[in-house]
Design a protein around this ligand. Structure first.
Ligand code: NCD
Ligand code: ZN
Length: 459
C-alpha cells in the first residue's frame, strides 16, 4: 500500500476550502482532516491550493482519424499539464463511435496512450437503432451525442460539417425526429443526451460566404441555438431524458434553456472559456484561431453567460478542445476549419474568471464537480473527500501564468485564449495518487484508465 500525506495546502472540499491534511492510499483519498492528523509519506504543498482534478467533458482527441491534428497522447499531455485528470472524448473521430465495436476499439487505443483517465461519448446517427444505443451503453459510453445538422459520410464513417445531403454517400443528419424516435431507449438507459445545438434550417437560411467576422455571426445566428434548445428540450421533457446542451454561446440560447428548465426539463448547460473570455472584438487579433462552431459572439452574450455561471444555471465549463493543423487554420476565414484547442487552459482560465467574480473556488465546481455529475462519475471523481479518486491539482496562487503557444502540449498551439494572463500557476498534478505532472515536466508513463458511468451494467 502506498500511503501519501498531502500537507500544508488550503484544500477545496465539498463544504468549501479549509486547512486540511489529505491522506491517500492506493490512489484513493482516505481522509481529509485537521492539520497534523494524517500519516503517510509526506508531500509538502504548503502555501498552495489543493483542488480536485479537472474533468473536461468536451474534447476532440482526433484519435483515431487525424493524428496530424492530435492524438490521445498529445491531448492528454495537454490535459495533464493543465490539471485535467479526466477527459471525455467526443465521438466524431474516424471511424465515428456509432457502435459498441467502434467504441471498444477506440477505448483500446486510448488506453495505450492516455496520460489521464478518459470516458467516451457515443454518436447518434439518423439511422441509429435503440439496440445500438443499448450496446453502446453496455460497452461503457458516458452518454450520447447528436450533431444536429452535421451529415455523415457512410463510406468514410465520418461526421461532416456539410449541410447539403445531395451526395448519395452522405447520410442525413440526426434531427428532432431521430431524437423523438430514440428517446424511449435513452430514457430507459438513463444516460445523458448531449446536443450540438444549432438548428440546421436556420443555418441553411442564413448561409453566406465568410469575408468578415460579421459574416460568421450572421451565418450562425443565436436563433439557431435557441430553436435547437427549445425543440430538443420539448422532446426530452416528454420522455424525462437528461438533456445536456454542449457549448452554449448566446444569451438567446441561455434564455431558451432557462425557459425549458422552468417548464420541468431535466437540462444541464455547458459553456466554454472562449465564450466567457472572448468576444467578436478579439477576432482582429486572433484570426481563425477564434473560428469555431458555434461562434464567439458579442459582449452582451459573454455577459449573459458569466451571469448564468454566477447564478449556477450553467453547471459545467468544458473546452470543446478541437485542434486542427496550422496549415488548415492558416486558410482564410471561409476555408479554415472550425475548432480551437483549450484543454490545457481550462482550469486556470476558470480560476481566473471565478476570482474576478469574487470566489476563485467556484472554478472547482465548474470544471470538476459539475462535469463529474454529467458523466455519471459523482461517486468516484470531482471531489476531495474520502472514497474519491486522488485526482489532485496543486495550484500556486502567488504565481501567474500567461498562456503562451510555446508552452502548449497539444499539437495545435494556437488557442482562442492565447495571451491571457491569469494569477495562478499549476505546480503539480496527481492521477489516482500518481504524479503525472510537476514543475513543467510530464511523467512519461501513460496511466490513464477508462471511466464508465455508475449504474450501467457492464456487457
Ligand atoms: C468541432 C470539431 O472540429 O470537431 N468543431 C467546432 O468548431 N466546435 C465540431 C463540433 O464540436 O461541433
Ligand atoms: Zn465539440
Amino acid at each position: 500500500m502506498t500511503e501519501l500525506l498531502f500537507r500544508g495546502a488550503t484544500v477545496y472540499t465539498p463544504d468549501g476550502p479549509g486547512e486540511f491534511d489529505v491522506t491517500v492510499s492506493d490512489g484513493v483519498i482516505t481522509s481529509v482532516g485537521p492539520r497534523g492528523s494524517g500519516r503517510g509519506k509526506a508531500v509538502d504543498v504548503s502555501g498552495n491550493w489543493l483542488l480536485p482534478g479537472g474533468i473536461d467533458v468536451h474534447v476532440h482527441s482526433r484519435d483515431p482519424g487525424f493524428p496530424d491534428k492530435e492524438d490521445f497522447g498529445t491531448l492528454t499531455a495537454a490535459a495533464a499539464a493543465g490539471g485535467v485528470t479526466t477527459v471525455v472524448d467526443m465521438p466524431n473521430t474516424v471511424p465515428a463511435v456509432d457502435s459498441a465495436g467502434a467504441l471498444e476499439s477506440k477505448a483500446a487505443l486510448a488506453r495505450s496512450r492516455s496520460r489521464v483517465d478518459f470516458g467516451l461519448w457515443a454518436l447518434i446517427r439518423s439511422t441509429s437503432t435503440a439496440e445500438q444505443l443499448v450496446e453502446l451503453a453496455s460497452a461503457g459510453a458516458v452518454g450520447f451525442k447528436a450533431y444536429l445538422g452535421y451529415s455523415f459520410s457512410v463510406s468514410r464513417k465520418q461526421v461532416l460539417h456539410a449541410l447539403d445531403a445531395s451526395d448519395p454517400d452522405l447520410e442525413a443528419p440526426p434531427d428532432y425526429g431521430t431524437l423523438t424516435r430514440l428517446a424511449p431507449a435513452i430514457a430507459e438507459l438513463g444516460l445523458p443526451l448531449v446536443i450540438h445545438a444549432e438548428d440546421p434550417g436556420i443555418l441553411h437560411a442564413f448561409r453566406r460566404p465568410f469575408e468578415t467576422y460579421e459574416d460568421v455571426l450572421e451565418a450562425r445566428p443565436a436563433e439557431a441555438e435557441s430553436v435547437a434548445i427549445s425543440a430538443t428540450a420539448s422532446v426530452a421533457r416528454q420522455h424525462d431524458i437528461h438533456l445536456h446542451i454542449a457549448h452554449v454561446s448566446s444569451a438567446l440560447g441561455l434564455q431558451a434553456a432557462e425557459e425549458a428548465i422552468a417548464a420541468g426539463t431535466r437540462l444541464t448547460l455547458e459553456t466554454c472559456p472562449q465564450y466567457l473570455w472572448r468576444t467578436e472584438a478579439d477576432f482582429a487579433r486572433l484570426g481563425t484561431a477564434m473560428k469555431m462552431n458555434p461562434p464567439v459572439r458579442r459582449a452582451s452574450d459573454q455577459q449573459a453567460l458569466r451571469d448564468a455561471l454566477r447564478r449556477e444555471v450553467i453547471s459545467v465549463v468544458a473546452t470543446d478542445h478541437a485542434p486542427h493543423t496550422d496549415d488548415e487554420k492558416a486558410q482564410d476565414l471561409e476555408h479554415a476549419p472550425p475548432g480551437t484547442p483549450g484543454v490545457q487552459t481550462l482550469y486556470l482560465s476558470c480560476l481566473e474568471l471565478a476570482r474576478h467574480m469574487g470566489d476563485p473556488w467556484l472554478a472547482a465546481r465548474w470544471v470538476s464537480e459539475g462535469p463529474a455529475a454529467l458523466a455519471g462519475l459523482s461517486e468516484s471523481k470531482g471531489r476531495i473527500a474520502p472514497g474519491y479518486d486522488a485526482d489532485l491539482v496543486v495550484v500556486d496562487p502567488k504565481q501567474s501564468t500567461t498562456f503562451n503557444p510555446k508552452a502548449m502540449r497539444s499539437r495545435q498551439k494556437h488557442g482562442a485564449l492565447q495571451g491571457l494572463k491569469v494569477s495562478f500557476a499549476i505546480t503539480s498534478v496527481y492521477l489516482r495518487g500518481v504524479p503525472i505532472y510537476a514543475n513543467g515536466r510530464l511523467s512519461t508513463r501513460s496511466t490513464g484508465r477508462m471511466v464508465r458511468p455508475a449504474g450501467i451494467p457492464i456487457a
